[in-house]
Design a protein around this ligand. Structure first.
Ligand SMILES: O=P(O)(O)OC[C@H]1O[C@](O)(CO)[C@@H](O)[C@@H]1O
Length: 541
């Protein structure tokens, strides 16, 4: 364990904040001092159990982990993904056209903008009806087939930005479960359906299988020649896409220096662009670019991703909280927690350090969540009174998109603020008892019930507030979380940009398919797995 981390842990064990009510009373300026901002975005972390010493020690930890230097290496296009020998340049995808970002000596920005222009032209063509199906009819629906990073980002952002939709409805198919594509295609007409096959590698079994099903859907009605009209593809593996038989104007590339879970800004964002148009997509990129600039230049104590990252590390390494909850008070961000699960857990769910040695400390926490207020009626009981402390990250916009429903938005805001206050304040047993007695309950009954109505409080939360959910503010929010994951990874000492942990299951599934089909006895597989396969096979006879 590094010296900086052991100082932080001793501080947590002996000197850190334990009574949040007391620190708020003692320092009337606490909320202001522990809030940082970037244009209309505010991050209030004053309800975390930290003080100035904690922040100083977290700064030491970040410096000891060389976070700023590593950040600069990432932005400069150095191959910081050491296990795959690649640069990590999702930030180049939202760079201004005049920037110069080099990979192996070549400026990649012109290529990025060329693809953006091609996506924009295609989008304009589809939306205007100039680009149409094989029978000349305009596309009424778009189906994006992809999974993981080729799905979660576009799904999340397309839903988040529904007030900006003025293009064709976009549907998303990811699961290899045939139910997903069957239900999606059920209401669609092949003549007016555009299918995007999105896969960085163009080998992912779920996507390739669903693409074959979609191809059949088109070909059955319109014939093989319709494929070129009704399909587009997004990939880094252009050689593999070529075998699908598409016109090159329908193929949008990206690069191996874009990780799947960081690819929403690339051509993987095509379904989003089709839904919201190229101008709004440009604003979405601009929001992310603003966060990039801020992350690159703001001093540590004012830098949102740095602070969000070190607070995450505080909760994980010093306080040893196993998970964190992401609670957007914004129904349209309902897929944001799922998106962050891949971003965070596929990046930081590692137990081996960058040097190949087992980690001595924990790495990324479990990330989960649901929108408020729905979560309040599901798992908030555990957040308030459960035996585990789970830090919460709340998100709320000052303004909704339904001015006619002003009162509902005010209710939403009040609920968001109330939950963080309740987690922080709690309710003592004495307060619970007094309230019961004031409500007309006998003293004996109040004594019996008070422990159940007591809230421990001192449960940490961070609240992110912005003006409104727009393409720009969404881009900024996502980039904040991308960089936060980066900061945490540097401190954990891991490579955030590979994902070898997903491989073993894929390999075994390939081997088990013949067993499931009854074509192989499945030598080498364990008895439990073989028995389950056999049981299922019999049920299918
Ligand atoms: O875009 P592809 O290559 O189909 O991969 C999809 C997803 O599969 C993974 O490789 C692993 O599940 C993710 O990292 C990736 O986003």
């Amino acid at each position: 364990m590094s010296l900086a981390l052991s100082h932080l842990k001793s501080h947590r064990d002996s000197g850190a904040v334990t009574d949040m009510r007391a620190v708020f009373s003692a320092d009337p300026d606490r909320a202001r001092r522990y809030t940082v901002g970037l244009d209309d975005l505010r991050m209030d972390f004053s309800k975390c159990a930290v003080d100035d010493t904690t922040l100083a020690l977290l700064g030491d930890l970040a410096r000891a982990a060389d976070v700023e230097a590593q950040r600069d290496r990432m932005f400069a296009g150095e191959a910081i993904n050491l296990t795959e020998g690649r640069a990590v340049l999702h930030t180049a995808l939202r760079a201004g056209a005049d920037e110069d970002i080099r990979v192996d000596g070549e400026n990649v920005v012109p290529q990025v903008h060329a693809v953006l222009r091609a996506m924009g032209d295609f989008t304009d063509g589809v939306r205007s009806g100039k680009i149409c199906g094989a029978t000349g009819k305009a596309f009424t629906d778009v189906v994006n087939i992809g999974i993981g990073g080729s799905d979660l980002g576009p799904v999340m952002a397309t839903l988040a930005l529904s007030p900006c939709h003025d293009g064709p409805p976009v549907h998303f198919v990811s699961n290899v479960d045939g139910a997903h594509i069957a239900d999606t295609l059920a209401g669609l007409d092949p003549e007016t359906t555009l299918v995007i096959v999105a896969s960085k590698t163009f080998t992912t079994v779920e996507t390739m299988t669903n693409a074959a099903t979609a191809r059949q859907f088109i070909v059955e009605k319109l014939g093989e020649s319709a494929v070129a009209h009704h399909f587009a593809a997004v990939s880094t593996a252009l050689d593999k896409v070529a075998k699908f038989g598409l016109d090159e104007t329908r193929v949008f590339g990206f690069w191996d220096w874009v990780g799947g879970r960081y690819s929403l800004w690339s051509a993987i964002g095509l379904p989003l662009m089709l839904a919201i148009g190229r101008d709004d997509f440009t604003a979405f990129l601009a929001g992310a670019r603003t966060m990039d600039q801020h992350f690159k230049t703001a001093p540590l104590g004012e830098n949102l991703p740095m602070l969000l990252g070190v607070l995450g590390v505080w909760h994980r390494l010093a306080c040893q909280y196993p998970s964190r909850a992401i609670i957007p008070y914004e129904q349209r961000l309902s897929r944001f927690p799922a998106y962050l699960q891949q971003l965070d857990m596929e990046s930081n769910g590692k137990s081996v350090g960058i040097d190949g040695e087992p980690l001595e400390t924990a790495s990324g926490p479990t990330v989960w969540g649901e929108p408020g207020t729905n979560g309040q009626h599901a798992f908030f009981q555990l957040l308030h009174q459960g035996t585990d402390v789970i830090p919460v990250e709340f998100m709320i916009a000052a303004n909704g998109h339904e001015p006619q429903l002003r009162h509902q938005h005010e209710l939403l805001i009040a609920n968001c603020l109330a939950q963080s206050e309740a987690l922080m304040r709690g309710r003592t047993r004495e307060e619970a008892r007094s309230q019961l007695i004031a409500g007309g309950v006998s003293e004996t009954e109040a004594d019996r019930l008070a422990p159940h109505k007591t809230f421990p409080g001192n449960r940490p939360s961070i609240t992110l507030v912005h003006d409104q959910l727009t393409p720009y503010s969404l881009g900024r929010l996502i980039a904040l979380y991308e960089h936060r994951v980066f900061v945490e990874a540097q401190i954990f000492g891991i490579n955030a940009f590979d994902q070898w942990g997903v491989e073993l299951g894929k390999e075994l599934a390939t081997g088990l398919l013949p067993v499931v089909k009854g074509e192989s006895a499945g030598e080498g597989h364990d008895a439990s797995t073989l028995m389950l396969a056999e049981t299922i096979r019999k049920m299918r006879e």
